[in-house]
Design a protein around this ligand. Structure first.
Ligand SMILES: C[S@@+](CC[C@H](N)C(=O)[O-])C[C@H]1O[C@@H](n2cnc3c(N)ncnc32)[C@H](O)[C@@H]1O
Length: 194
């Protein structure tokens, strides 16, 4: 998977700004940003940040302290060098920090994880007491079965998790679902650590 995303890193940001993907991505970004309760000074962690699209949008609007982590060194060098973001190469499961985050994002990543429990386990240990966790989860529908086929066919295993299973995993790690938005292809879920 690492090689798969390394190869796509240089074009990922630009491709996500144009064509049909651009329209879809802009809708996702607006939905995520509208869901956030965000203030200047917040610490924001983006798990599987890719080239840093979400952190860049948030930094343009708010004075936040951002951290992005991603497995792909090429994605991270784009985020650092082109977008001037504070990002590091790490597997989500191995990331440790003394800092606690007000907001944790995990967007477009669950579908690449066979066992998504690690996201909630990590988020529980990295979140402030009343911290928010925002998850973007592809729906298990026909469109995403094509998406899954597209990635899997190129050697990147993809999984479509059921929303109920994700909500129940979240509960196990004290994350309560507070709000959700439905786009035609994905759920955007906002949890709070209780
Ligand atoms: C489809 S991209 C989404 C990027 C970004 N979140 C966005 O929505 O624009 C998925 C990213 O998740 C990263 N990723 C997948 N599994 C990971 C893991 N276990 N630890 C860190 N990053 C991971 C990949 O390297 C890739 O950059």
């Amino acid at each position: 998977m690492n090689e798969y995303f390394n190869q796509r890193a240089q074009d990922y940001f630009n491709n996500s700004q144009s064509g049909i993907w651009g329209l879809v991505k802009n809708k996702e970004i607006k939905t995520v940003i509208d869901l956030l309760n965000i203030e200047n000074g917040f610490k924001v962690l983006d798990l599987g940040c890719g080239p840093g699209i979400y952190l860049k949008h948030l930094k343009d609007k708010y004075s936040i302290e951002e951290t992005g982590i991603d497995l792909s060194p090429q994605m991270i060098s784009y985020a650092k060098e082109k977008l001037n973001l504070n990002c590091i190469v790490s597997d989500i499961g191995e990331y440790e920090s003394k800092i606690k985050f007000n907001i944790i994002l995990c967007l477009g990543v669950f579908e690449f994880l066979n066992n998504p429990e690690i996201i909630f386990k990590k988020s529980n240990s990295l979140s402030t007491k009343d911290g928010q966790l925002i998850v973007l989860l592809p729906k298990n529908n026909f469109l995403n079965k094509i998406y899954k086929y597209y990635h899997s066919n190129q050697g990147c295993a993809t999984y479509l998790h059921k929303k109920e299973a994700i909500i129940s995993l979240a509960k196990k790690y004290q994350f309560e679902l507070k709000e959700e938005k439905n786009l035609f292809h994905c759920h955007v879920l906002k949890f709070y650590l209780i």
